[in-house]
Design a protein around this ligand. Structure first.
Ligand SMILES: *Cc1c(COP(=O)(O)O)cnc(C)c1O
Length: 416
């Protein structure tokens, strides 16, 4: 393993890697993993990487797992970077690419971090893991826990869609639906208490409680660089909730830059839903990240982006600024329109949260923030089958006819 230390982002203390180390032992702050890039660069170069099979574990040297035998994998990552020619024409954009994360084992990018999170928990000898999540992280965790034979508790919001609950329950997770009450996220409240009281290993998707799992999301950036022939795009557009995905996408580019594999980093655009946009508001109003207030009464069709408190804003906002990027919020109507466009023009079926990036791109193009000659990658982070009820609101129910050609002819004329 090439991990040198885990550094506390609050008090600055450096920890050597140790069993069950999840937050700073002195102050409880968030830990950031530091790697020995010199040693990694002696092992990894473009030629070495080109020979390996695509997927998250292709980049083992840049992940915090000591022993390869602890890896729990379902074939995550290695997703296509699709040329979106139809949409590019529609948006009058020169070069648009979709990083299609709907292809992951449980149909969201969360499989990347959760594969790493469970592998680390196995390395620590965990018997029970626990997550707090609006859905996708819990689903991914429950699938990997099932594969590893580790017990999994998940706290989800009371309003989680049925299709997400079904996925969780099928994987054998012990699912608890937590009612919203007053300030803060009830799922995180329960998770922290269970971690402290029962010693369950916390693997939510936020880096604030587990520094290992989000490292998995760096691999999206590694793949994008390789898929573009070691070029970086001008922009990467990232659907954003807690800011974890964006923070670790950014670290992926900075890892490759430090290894001398790429010559710069892309500009990052964080896209939130107007119904829950604390990070975007914090960015625009230049609020100190630890002073960003919890978003009251979140309400949006993009359930995967509901993080009333953006746990990783303290790393996401500086990453956006450093990249000369931006943050924007989009309405439910804009998100749903984007979901339709992706499905209809590019054959990619996204859930609303997964389509928010495209909605954001359209808004940033209109505002002139992104130039139409830029090379843009939009991350499509979650698949449409996760929320079929929403999709059915966007389409008309098909007609039923007698199986006769005459009836079919009438129907064809009627819809023309
Ligand atoms: C979790 C999630 C996101 C956002 O990730 P954060 O790390 O919370 O910012 C985006 N899209 C989908 C589909 C997700 O499940």
């Amino acid at each position: 393993m090439f991990v040198e230390a885990l550094k506390c982002l609050r008090c600055g203390r450096e920890h050597t890697p140790a069993k069950n180390l999840y937050v700073c032992k002195r102050c409880g702050g968030k830990l950031e993993i530091r790697y020995d890039y010199d040693a990694i660069s002696r092992r990894v170069d473009k030629r070495v990487l080109a020979k390996r099979r695509p997927g998250v574990w292709k980049y083992l040297e840049l992940l915090p797992i000591a022993d390869r035998k602890n890896i729990v994998t379902l074939g995550e990552g290695g997703t296509p970077l699709l040329e979106a020619k139809n949409l590019a024409r529609e948006l009058r954009l020169k070069h648009l690419l979709l990083k299609d994360e709907t292809r992951n084992p449980t149909a969201s990018f969360k499989d990347r971090p959760m594969s790493v999170g469970i592998s680390k928990a196995r390395e620590f000898g965990a018997r029970t893991v626990v997550s707090a999540s609006s859905g996708n992280a819990a689903i991914a965790l429950s699938a990997y826990a099932a594969k590893a034979g580790i017990e999994c508790y998940t706290f989800v919001p009371a309003g989680a869609p049925l299709s997400k609950l079904a996925q969780l329950l099928m994987h054998g997770a012990r699912v608890v639906r937590a009612k919203a009450r007053g300030e803060g996220d009830p799922t995180y409240k329960l998770m922290r208490e269970a971690w402290k009281k029962f010693g369950w290993h916390p693997i939510p998707s936020a880096g604030a409680f587990n520094p290992y799992q989000p490292e998995g999301s760096k691999t999206m950036s590694y793949e994008i660089c390789e898929q573009l022939g070691w070029q970086v795009p001008d922009w990467v557009v990232v659907p954003t909730g807690a800011g974890t995905l964006l923070s670790y996408n950014a670290r992926g580019y900075s890892d490759f830059e430090q290894l001398g594999l790429i010559g710069g980093v892309p500009r990052l655009a964080a896209i939130q839903s107007e119904g829950c946009a604390p990070l975007t508001r914090g960015f625009k109003e230049k609020t100190l990240s630890h002073e960003i207030p919890t978003w009251p009464n979140p309400k949006t069709v993009a359930g995967g982006l509901v993080d009333p408190y953006p746990w990783d804003a303290d790393t996401a906002i500086p990453a956006i600024e450093l990249s000369n990027g931006t943050a924007e919020a989009v309405s439910d109507a804009e998100i749903l329109e984007a979901e339709k466009l992706l499905a209809k023009h590019e054959g990619v079926f996204a859930e609303p949260s997964g389509a928010a990036g495209l909605a954001g791109l359209r808004k940033l193009l209109d505002a002139g923030a992104i130039d139409r000659s830029d090379v843009v990658v939009v991350e499509v982070t979650g698949g449409g089958l996760k929320d079929v009820a929403v999709a059915m609101r966007l389409v008309k129910e098909p007609q039923v006819i007698e199986p006769e050609l005459g009836r079919l002819k009438k129907l064809i004329w009627a819809v023309r």
